[in-house]
Write a protein that binds this ligand. Structure first.
Ligand code: C2E
Ligand code: MG
Ligand code: MG
Length: 800
């Protein structure tokens, strides 16, 4: 352009491309000022300086493009002579890109600084010998040293000694260019001595000659993660250990039942390998756990088990059910399963603990058999007979015939027993039972009530059928019995009764058969008699006895006797059982079997029981006062079924406790197994109610009533008294020994203490000790005695 007028004279294509004008447009422009609208004067200034100094001047400047945008140009101008005049020749170069790059670099450096200063990740820059040159605040905080302290410090100096060798090795690899970078987990020792787990990522920066210049470390603090990891690992190990060592089969499965884990015991009990089980569902191995009805019932109550488990209720209550496990070989065994929720590998799962209850079931079956059968002849006992009679009466239908009860009694059994001994007597009874069975049709029942008393139940018969059976029996029993070398002849008398309606009381029917039997005996032995209502003196007798009892209560003829219970561990008396006696002015001392059944029938038992309870509690209180600071002893009092069912029971007991001042913890109520099992639900309610008074409970005569053992758990009962008949069998009957031992084990697993009743010999006691029975009671220690001698043995027990 012209140095004077600043008119553009000539441009090259590159110039025009940069600024977006055509040559004509540029030549038409008045001056170059139009190209630098922001700063036109500076052109004058530069032109002057160029003219003055005569050499090239370089500068950077903003130009305006034709489209209005600006562009950064580097300009070098020189003054030359062109066609006879002085012109300025400006050479321009587009430096927009360079400018932008410079700006970006500045920004990036700033950004890096910010990150460096503010990030929570530690950053270090070290020389190739791993001496620190620069560290950021996060790094300084992590190791507890200040920036100054760290400057020049070798990293190895505050690394855990165990980690240094590997550090050195990796570093050499890095410097030798065998590695781009490395990352590892290691420990720093902080200035305060604590160690921190870190994860540095180290890379190398090289110069133009490819020589290592710096080591850049990005260091993450992973102490917390490590701590959680370790805690998790430990808890997992613990879980694993418990899981594997459990004697129960433990199975973890998902909602669908797919097995995701199981322990060794599961494999062992089912005969599958772990791999096999992990490919199976619980449905493949368990059956009969929940009926559809139970499932619906449960869902109605609180949603499905799974819903509750999935909702993660903190401790989803363990739900128990019963069923069977199927083994690989096709066999099955009964199980008790407890299921609850568990977090497993981050998912909500079900943990099922499965207990093999074969033993319990077997015991239950044996006990059930025992409860319903006579152990000598294996015939049904009174219990089962009455049960069958009740059912027979309930379904008796006039058209289908009547129900008959035959009461059979051997005529000379006492003689055999007395002259030939018990054993011969027992063998005879077994043989009689055998013949009775032979006389009956399949649906009929022969039972042994006790001693030489047998009963027969016939259904769908008339009087002719019944008498025919009676003669057949009489005939069969007349044939001689071969007992060892001896032949024994016996005969039987038989009483027969038929029902009149299906409202007949089973007890009445049996009593009437008994009356008929006496009739038969009276009219010469070896015959039978049919009951007729004229024989019934029963009701009358009943009334008389009832009156007697009432009078006896008024005259206070009932006394309480006490029998000690001995703790086998220490030999000390831990309590006594109160047993009622009737000191009858004429008949002498009467035992409960002589009057308790009548008292129960007449309802007088409520009154009598109350009286016994009062006396016993008062006596217990008196003993406690006599030996202050003495050992706490239990006063055990029997409750009859009728008392137990009475709605006022809890109130009455509370009143007696209040009146006598006895601490409720010292009172233990004995309730027979059959009373307890009569109505399980109401038993639980009653026991809970009484539990509120803090009194204790024992299940009496255990083994004689039919218990579902699984129920026992649901009763808040502390003691289980094994019936005398089992203790009696300890030396004689191996089966009884097994049963007693089974009952003791079971009671212990249910958290109950076991009392053996009727211990008579040192041998029985020794066996019971071996079986870890807790407490024993029986004539071996002392017969039941009245209050005064009882005081003596209690005081002696203290001295000893
Ligand atoms: P139980 O509660 O099972 O009492 C144990 C029975 O076994 C007592 O019979 C006791 O004298 C007897 N006994 C204790 N040790 C031996 C022994 O070594 N050998 C033998 N053969 N027997 C032994 P007891 O006193 O005749 O009582 C019989 C049942 O009458 C009691 O059985 C209990 O069920 C009931 N009973 C006793 N007193 C009361 C009472 O006050 N109220 C109620 N409702 N029932 C009572
Ligand atoms: Mg008792
Ligand atoms: Mg008992």
């Amino acid at each position: 352009f012209d140095a004077g007028t600043k008119r553009i004279l000539e441009t090259n294509p590159a110039f025009r491309r940069i600024l977006g004008y055509t040559a004509e447009e540029l030549e038409r422009m008045t001056t170059v000022y139009d190209l630098v609208p922001d700063d036109p004067r500076s052109i004058d200034h530069n032109v002057e300086r160029t003219l003055e100094q005569g050499h090239v001047l370089v500068g950077e400047r903003q130009y305006r493009r034709k489209d209005g945008s600006s562009v950064e140009l580097e300009v070098s101008g020189s003054v030359i002579c062109y066609r006879g005049r002085e012109v300025v020749c400006a050479v321009v170069r587009d430096i927009t890109e360079r400018k932008r790059a410079e700006e970006a670099l500045r920004e990036s450096e700033e950004r890096f600084r910010t990150i460096f200063e503010q990030t929570a990740v530690g950053i270090s820059i070290a020389d190739p010998n791993r001496r620190l040159l620069e560290t950021n605040p996060a790094y300084q905080e992590m190791v507890g040293y200040s920036e100054e302290e760290l400057y020049g410090k070798p990293i190895a100096e505050f690394s855990h000694p165990d980690d240094v060798p590997v550090d050195t090795e990796l570093n050499n690899e890095l410097l030798a260019d065998n590695l781009d970078r490395y990352q590892r987990e290691k420990r720093y020792i902080r200035k305060d001595g604590e160690s921190v787990w870190v994860r540095p990522t180290i890379s190398v920066v090289r110069d133009a000659e490819d020589e290592p210049q710096f080591l850049i470390g990005v260091v993450e603090n992973i102490t917390e993660r490590k701590r959680v990891e370790n805690a998790l690992k430990e808890s997992e190990q613990r879980f694993r250990q418990l899981f594997e060592q459990s004697v129960e089969a433990l199975i973890v499965h998902d909602e669908e039942g797919k097995i995701v884990d199981c322990n060794e015991e599961t494999c062992r009990s089912l005969g599958y390998t772990r791999e096999e089980l992990l490919a199976m569902s619980v449905r493949d191995i368990a059956t009969g756990l929940l009926s559809e009805e139970e499932k619906r019932e449960r869902e109605k109550r609180g949603g499905t088990l799974w819903q509750r488990i999935a909702a993660g209720e903190p401790d989803t209550p363990a739900v128990v059910h019963f069923g069977e496990h199927k083994c690989k070989d096709g066999t099955t065994f009964p199980i008790e399963v407890r299921v609850g929720g568990v977090d497993y590998s981050g998912k909500r799962m079900i943990l099922a603990s499965v207990r093999d209850i074969t033993k319990r079931k077997t015991l239950e079956e044996q006990l059930a058999h025992r409860a319903f059968h006579d152990s000598l002849t294996d015939l049904p006992n009174r219990h089962l007979f009455m049960d069958r009679l009740r059912h027979a009466l309930a379904r008796a239908d006039r058209r289908a015939g009547k129900v008959a009860v035959l009461f059979v009694d051997l005529d000379n059994f006492k003689l055999v027993n007395d002259s030939l001994g018990h054993e011969a007597g027992d063998r005879l009874l077994v043989a009689v039972a055998e013949r009775l069975r032979g006389c009956l049709r399949p649906g009929d029942t022969a039972a042994r009530l006790g001693g030489d008393e047998f009963t027969i139940l016939l259904e769908g018969v008339d009087i002719r059928d019944a008498t025919q059976v009676a003669s057949r029996i009489a005939e069969a029993l007349r044939a001689p019995f071969d007992l060892e070398e001896r032949q024994i002849f016996t005969s039987a008398s038989i009483g027969i009764v038929l029902n009149t309606t299906n409202q007949d009381e089973p007890g009445n029917l049996l009593r009437n058969a008994d009356l008929a039997l006496y009739q038969a005996k009276g009219s010469g032995k070896a015959g039978y008699a049919i009951f007729d209502p004229g024989m019934s003196t029963h009701a009358l007798k009943h009334l008389e006895l009832g009156n007697d009892l009432r009078q006896a209560l008024e005259r206070d003829e009932f006394k309480v006797y006490y029998q000690p219970k001995v703790l086998l561990d220490t030999g000390k008396i831990i309590g006594v059982e109160a047993l009622v006696r009737w000191e009858h002015p004429e008949r002498g001392l009467l035992l409960p079997s002589d009057f308790v059944p009548i008292a129960e029938e007449t309802g007088l038992i409520l009154h009598l029981g109350q009286r016994v309870l009062e006396k016993a509690c008062r006596q217990a209180r008196a003993w406690q006062e006599q030996c202050p600071g003495g050992p706490p002893r239990l006063m055990c009092v029997n409750l009859s079924a009728r008392q137990f069912q009475h709605p006022d029971l809890a109130r009455d007991i509370a009143r007696v406790l209040r009146e006598t001042g006895l601490d409720p913890c010292s009172l233990c109520l004995e309730i027979t197994e059959s009373a307890v099992m009569k109505d399980v639900q109401s038993t639980i309610t009653t026991l809970q109610e009484l539990k509120g008074l803090s009194v204790k409970f024992a299940i009496d005569d255990f083994g004689t009533g039919y218990s579902s053992l699984s129920y026992l758990k649901r009763f808040p009962v502390g003691f289980l008294k094994i019936d005398r008949s089992f203790i009696d069998g300890l030396e004689k009957d191996p089966e009884d020994t097994v049963l007693v031992s089974g009952i003791i084990t079971l009671a212990h697993t249910l958290g109950m203490r076991v009392i053996a009743e009727g211990v008579e010999t040192a041998e029985q006691l020794a066996r019971l000790r071996e079986m870890e029975c807790d407490i024993a009671q029986g004539n071996y220690f002392s017969e039941p005695v009245s209050g005064r001698p009882a005081t003596t043995f209690l005081v002696n027990d203290l001295r000893w």
